[in-house]
Design a protein around this ligand. Structure first.
Ligand code: PLP
Ligand code: TYF
Length: 394
C-alpha cells in the first residue's frame, strides 16, 4: 500500500535549516528557523529551566500518566500568565498540548467539530504550518490582507475590509503578538476594532500566541489577547512555551477555551480532553512541569522573567543596530521599520531573487519571503548583513 504515497511538500523553513548546515562557508549567517540564539550563536537552556529540572529530578517520585488535560498546575499557571485578571476563571477550559503546534491543531479540530462548515480566516501571510494543517484537516481557508509591502506595517484598513466578508460561524485566526512571519503587529486601538468586528459578526477568534515576552514585555505582549478575550463571548487561545521558556524540544503548549457561560465549561474541557486522547492520549509532561515549577515559585519565576527580558532587549538592540546601519549605508529611512517590528522576525520585503542572491553570494540565509530571524544576528554580523542587503540590491 505504501506505493500510493505521494511526496509531501517540504516545510521551507526546515529545508532552509538543512541547506544552512550543508554550507561550508565560515561567514554564513543563519536568519532562518525561529529559534533564539545568543551572541555566540547558541540556544541556551535558561537558568530557571535548569534549576527547575534539577528540582524535578530531586523531587519527582513517579512518572505514571498524568490526566488527559495535563497537570492543572501547568494549565493554571499558563492561564494566569496569559490572561492576568482579564477573564473569570470559571469560564475557562484549558488542556496541555504537544507544543504550540499541538494547540493549534487541536483548536482547528475543535472548530471543525463544532461547525464542519466553518471557514477559518488567516492573515496573509501567516505561519506556513497554519495553512498546511488547515488543508490537511480539509477546513476552508480564507485570507485577510495584513502586511503593507510599502510601509512594512499592518494594512489595517485592508484587514478590516476583508474580515467584513466573514460570516457568523467562521473563525478568525490572530497572532497574539510578534506576528510570524512579518514582525508587524496591531496596536491596542486596532485590537479593539477587531474585537468589535468579531462581536458584530458573530465570529470566533482563535489567538495563536507563541512569543509572549519577546516583543514589548510579558504583560504588554498579552494585552491584545486579553482585550479580545474579555470583549467577546467565546474565544480559543493556542499558546506555546517553546520560545519564551526556550524548551523547544520538550513540546510544551496549551489550548484554552473561554466559554460564554459557566454551564458549557465542563463540556468544552471534556471535548478537548477527548481530542487529546484521540491524537496521543496524554500530553507530554516534562516541559509542562518545568513551566509550572518556574511559574509557581517566586524566585525561579523572577529569574526566568529577568533572563527573558535580557533576551527581549538583546533582540531589540539588534533591530536598532540594523536599522541604524542601513540608515547610514543608504542615507535613507527606508529600513526604519526594522526597529519598529517586534518579536523574532522581520519581513524585509524584498524579492525572492534578492533573497536568493543573499544566500548564494553572501551566505545569508533567510526564508524565501524575506523573513529574517533577528536573533540569528549579533553585533558583529549586523554590519555584514546590512552591507550584503545593500549590495544585493535591496
Ligand atoms: N504558532 C506560531 C505562530 C509559531 O511561530 C510557532 C513556532 O514556534 C508555533 C505556533 C508553535 O511552536 P511549537 O510547536 O514549537 O511550540
Ligand atoms: O516559524 C518558525 O521558524 C518557528 C519554528 O514546522 C518552526 O515557528 C518552523 C517550522 C515548523 C515548526 C516550527
Amino acid at each position: 500500500m505504501f506505493e500510493t504515497l505521494k511526496q509531501q511538500p517540504a516545510d521551507k523553513i526546515l529545508q532552509l535549516m538543512l541547506m544552512y548546515a550543508d554550507d561550508p562557508r565560515d561567514q554564513k549567517i543563519d536568519l532562518g528557523v525561529g529559534v533564539y540564539k545568543n551572541a555566540d550563536g547558541i540556544t541556551p537552556v535558561m537558568r530557571a529551566v535548569k534549576a527547575a529540572e534539577k528540582r524535578i529530578w530531586d523531587e519527582q517520585t513517579t512518572k505514571t500518566y498524568t490526566g488527559l488535560t495535563g497537570d492543572t498546575a501547568f494549565t493554571g499557571g499558563m492561564v494566569n500568565l496569559l490572561l492576568g485578571d482579564a477573564v473569570a476563571r470559571d469560564m475557562i477550559s484549558a488542556v496541555a498540548t504537544t507544543g504550540g503546534t499541538g494547540a493549534v491543531r487541536l483548536g482547528f479540530e475543535l472548530i471543525k467539530m463544532m461547525n464542519p462548515k466553518a471557514r477559518i480566516w488567516v492573515s496573509d501571510p501567516t505561519w506556513p504550518n497554519h495553512i498546511a494543517i488547515l488543508n490537511y484537516l480539509g477546513i476552508e481557508i480564507k485570507t485577510y490582507r495584513y502586511f503593507d509591502p510599502e510601509t512594512r506595517g499592518v494594512d489595517f484598513d485592508a484587514m478590516i475590509e476583508d474580515l467584513k466578508g466573514a460570516q457568523a460561524g467562521d473563525a478568525v485566526l490572530l497572532h497574539g503578538c510578534c506576528h510570524n512571519p512579518t514582525g508587524a503587529n496591531l496596536n491596542l486601538v486596532q485590537w479593539q476594532e477587531v474585537a468589535d468586528l468579531l462581536n458584530d459578526r458573530g465570529l470566533l477568534p482563535m489567538i495563536d500566541i507563541a512569543y509572549q515576552g519577546f516583543g514589548d514585555g510579558l504583560e504588554e505582549d498579552a494585552a491584545g489577547t486579553r482585550l479580545v478575550a474579555s470583549s467577546v463571548p467565546e474565544c480559543l487561545i493556542a499558546s506555546s512555551c517553546s520560545k519564551n521558556f526556550g524548551i523547544y524540544r520538550e513540546r510544551t503548549g496549551m489550548l484554552m477555551a473561554i466559554s460564554a457561560d459557566i454551564s458549557r465549561r465542563a463540556l468544552v474541557l471534556d471535548t478537548m480532553a477527548t481530542l487529546n486522547r484521540l491524537a496521543y492520549s496524554f500530553p507530554p509532561d516534562h516541559g509542562a512541569r518545568i513551566v509550572s515549577t518556574i511559574l509557581n515559585d517566586d524566585a525561579l519565576r523572577a529569574d526566568w522573567m529577568a533572563e527573558l527580558e535580557d533576551v527581549r532587549l538583546s533582540m531589540l538592540g539588534l533591530r536598532q543596530q540594523l536599522a541604524d546601519e542601513l540608515q547610514r549605508l543608504t542615507g535613507s529611512d527606508r529600513f526604519a521599520f526594522l526597529a519598529g517590528h517586534r518579536g523574532m522576525f522581520s519581513r524585509l520585503g524584498v524579492s525572492p531573487e534578492i533573497v536568493e542572491r543573499l544566500r548564494t553570494d553572501y551566505g545569508v540565509y533567510m526564508v524565501g519571503d524575506s523573513r529574517m530571524n533577528i536573533a540569528g544576528l549579533n553585533s558583529r554580523t549586523v554590519p555584514i548583513l546590512a552591507q550584503a542587503i545593500v549590495d544585493a540590491g535591496a
